[in-house]
Design a protein around this ligand. Structure first.
Ligand SMILES: O=c1ccn([C@@H]2O[C@H](COP(=O)(O)OP(=O)(O)O[C@H]3O[C@H](CO)[C@@H](O)[C@H](O)[C@H]3O)[C@@H](O)[C@H]2O)c(=O)[nH]1
Ligand SMILES: [Mn+2]
Length: 725
């Protein structure tokens, strides 16, 4: 097990140790793996002894599902066995590094739409990191506004003014929640000073919200010529898809000081040039533009990438990062240090599994023991150098000024810097360059985060997962499809990955790339055994056969392991129940649609784009969520497949119970009974939504009707096939 740092804590600034469950997982995986081999032997036997075409097809479907399940299992073995735990001790940092020697830190914040991502919350995010416990002369915040919105720029002008009060306030009172939004929603101690700041905050909020509501920055809100000049660019021809680059230095850390005379960090607003004739590559394109603009202005060796919906929850996070990056050896080998995404907004039992514990906590700890954490878009500190070629050879960008090793010697507001900044933020700047293919964030996938992290690992970079007890960042729960693009590209983890990574790491990446294919086994297991049961056709081994036990072991074994994983990172059983339910739900909804969408795209029938997730929630909706009630509300194709599965499982389970109660022998049908019962149990919220609910989030009648009709049709078709062979 390779990794920096010893295993002792005295004086060390970081430690690393393998998971306590390592031996258990090794043994368990060996046993489970043997059971899988036995399962395939069983399948082979069944296939060879088929009697009818129908029984052959059923066996083929089950085999296909099990092949996929086994593949997904194999991808996770390495992650389980090699899980590691890291710890940092920022309190010991001063022993190895003086505060005056801290490296410069650039912080990138992306926003893309003032209506889906309210500027007020983007501003709170920015303020939370501007107030980091870090030397302000080393700190710069760059905001990328892909919405090209004067409303967002206005919000940041306001934020720059409010920062003069907010930064010293946080510093002097040693506040932990440095997002004003989060702070004023928390149980803060009241004092006259706090009241004063709160009033200022409310005033700022009111102005920003007013401007957003009216959709324009009225004259009375513009305070001076400087500001007026900034808004001049928003002419009548200016639209979000078509506009020149707008770059505004709102705060300069050598000139702008706060209320008590301390300089404030740099704050730079950047809206890159957009034109319909050039592809902008979504968030990856925005980040690459920031990489270049920031290179000219500060060129900090360390970069924090944040989405606008993630704010800092701990002002000392950069010091935690320095526990690693203060060591030049680590900086030259480790491309990034990823922090988990945490979502305080999820309700007590996390009905939607919005915490994504497996994705954002359990798996990254496993990756970390292989070649390093995967990257998930936000809450990640990068070494700037990593964006410019593999660890041993630097790739030179177009100008010397863009090189990661260039020392900036011009002032950030200087005419030369500003002119060059506008040039590198141009929409055609990347044309015929290595940006997006070998330099910077990589293009070609809507999940640029997963893809870029993966490509960096293939280049030989390593990374880390940093999971402190107090969350470093908090945010809103996301929702993603579009992974298959990588899985089937020429950079697929199964081909390219195997050549450039260790086998376990390549497999681990494959798990994500093929994630949407979960829908295949889930859909088969959600319908096939149940339809067969409704027709009294046994498709699994009888209770008296030894193979029965193998099935039970495979099923319970994987569930038990999942539960242990989940609880070992602080999850509750209740949340786990919901987590496994959402896994099934996604298999029948978003993953299924994602796979179909991917297929359509490959066949050239439709193109998918990046839809910015809306961060605005209706009030009533959020109340239902607090109470743990599912939201169905609008009719959608997604809910049809889900409702069909719910109905068929219920019918099948009820039918099975009836048979059982009249004394029929269920010996051969028990596994199907159990599966239908398990499906029914998991579908509970759907039955509720159909029958008992009256609120706006209940299942629309049209969805129920369509699903019922389709379920009946499916039943009739299945009965016909099963009986006529
Ligand atoms: O053209 C675009 C589109 C999006 N964004 C920004 O990208 C971020 C992520 O977009 P969001 O709509 O919030 O996507 P999510 O599905 O919530 O994001 C998850 O999935 C993305 C793709 O894998 C990652 O980039 C994110 O970090 C991760 O949180 C936001 O800050 C957006 O403002 C841009 O800057 N330009
Ligand atoms: Mn998001």
């Amino acid at each position: 097990m390779e990794g920096p740092g010893g295993f002792t804590t005295d004086g060390a600034i970081h430690t690393l140790k393998p998971s306590a469950l390592r031996t258990f997982y090794l043994v368990f995986s060996a046993v489970y793996g043997s059971a899988i081999v036995a399962l395939f032997y069983f399948h082979a036997k069944a296939l060879l002894s088929f009697t009818t075409l129908v029984s052959f097809s059923i066996n083929m479907a089950l085999l296909l599902s099990d092949i996929f399940l086994a593949f997904m299992w194999s991808t996770s073995v390495g992650l389980r066995v090699f899980t590691v735990l890291r710890k940092e001790f920022p309190e010991n940092l001063e022993k190895v590094m003086k505060r005056s020697d801290y490296p410069a830190l650039d912080i990138f914040i992306c926003t893309a739409d003032p209506y889906k991502e309210p500027p007020m919350s983007v501003v709170s995010t920015a303020l939370s990191v501007m107030a980091y416990d870090y030397p302000t002369e080393k700190l710069s915040v760059f905001v990328s506004d892909d919405g090209g919105s004067n409303l967002t720029l206005f919000a940041f002008m306001e934020a720059a003014k409010f920062a003069r009060y907010w930064l010293p306030f946080c510093r002097d009172n040693n506040i932990l929640e440095r997002s004003p939004n989060a702070y004023f929603e928390s149980n803060y101690p009241s004092s006259p000073e706090t009241q004063k700041i709160k009033t200022m905050y409310e005033n700022m909020k009111e102005r920003i919200q007013h401007v957003v509501e009216t959709g324009k920055v009225a004259d009375e809100y513009v305070n001076n010529d400087n500001e007026r000049e900034a808004f001049i660019k928003w002419t009548d021809q200016f639209s979000r898809q078509n506009h020149p680059a707008v770059i505004q230095v709102l705060l300069d850390n050598t000139a702008d000081s706060d209320m008590v005379g301390q300089f404030m960090p740099n704050l730079v607003y950047v809206s890159r040039e957009k034109s319909k004739s050039w592809h902008h590559h979504f968030k990856a394109g925005a980040l690459n533009a920031l990489l270049r603009v920031s290179a000219l202005m500060t060129n900090a060796p360390i970069i924090l990438v944040l989405d606008c919906d993630m704010y800092s929850n701990d002002p000392r996070t950069p010091l935690r990062v320095l526990c690693y990056y203060s060591d030049p050896k680590i900086l030259s080998q480790y491309a990034f240090i990823q922090f988990p995404q945490r979502f305080p907004g999820v309700n007590k039992s996390d009905i939607y599994a919005g915490e994504f514990k497996r994705l954002f906590e359990i798996n990254p700890m496993g990756y970390d023991g292989l070649m390093g954490s995967n990257h998930f878009g936000t809450g990640c500190f990068f070494s700037r150098r990593a964006f410019f070629g593999d660890p041993s050879s630097i790739l030179s960008p177009e100008f010397r000024e863009l090189r990661p090793d260039n020392a900036v010697n011009k002032h950030l507001r200087s005419i030369e810097t500003m002119t060059l900044a506008h040039e590198v933020a141009g929409c055609d700047f990347e044309n015929k360059t290595k940006w997006g293919s070998e330099i910077g964030y990589r293009y070609g996938s809507l999940v640029e985060d997963y893809y870029t992290g993966y490509r960096l690992h293939c280049e030989g970079w390593r990374s880390m997962f940093c999971n402190p007890e107090r969350s470093a960042f908090l945010g809103e729960a996301p929702f993603t499809v579009g992974l298959l693009e990588v899985g089937f590209s020429k950079y697929s983890p199964l081909t390219f990955g195997f050549r450039h990574l260790t086998p376990c790491m390549a497999l681990a990446y494959a798990e994500y790339a093929f994630w949407p294919l979960w829908s295949i086994p889930i859909a088969i297991y959600a319908f096939l055994p149940q339809l067969a049961l409704l027709n009294n056709v046994p498709i699994f081994p009888k209770v008296s056969e030894p193979w029965f036990l193998m099935y039970v072991f495979l099923f319970l074994g994987s569930y038990a392991q999942d539960l242990i994983d989940f609880v070992s990172v602080g999850g509750t059983c209740r949340k786990w129940m919901n987590d496994q339910r959402m896994w099934l739900v996604k298999g029948l909804t978003s993953s299924l649609l994602g796979s179909i969408e991917y297929l359509l795209k490959v066949l050239g029938i439709s193109a998918s784009g990046f839809n910015v997730t809306s961060k605005v929630i209706e009030q009533e909706q959020s109340k239902r969520y607090e109470q743990g009630i599912f939201e169905f509300g609008t009719h959608s194709a997604m809910f049809v497949s889900l409702t069909m599965a719910a109905l068929i499982n219920l019918a099948s389970f009820t039918w099975g119970m009836l048979q059982f109660s009249v004394g029929s022998s269920m010996e051969g049908l028990l596994i199907q009974m159990l599966l239908a019962g398990y499906g029914t149990l998991n579908s509970w919220p759907i039955y509720e939504a159909i029958i008992f609910r009256n609120d706006k989030g209940k299942l629309p009648t049209i969805t129920t009707t369509i699903a019922t009709l389709l379920a009946c049709a499916l039943y009739v078709a299945a009965s016909f096939t099963l009986k006529h062979n």
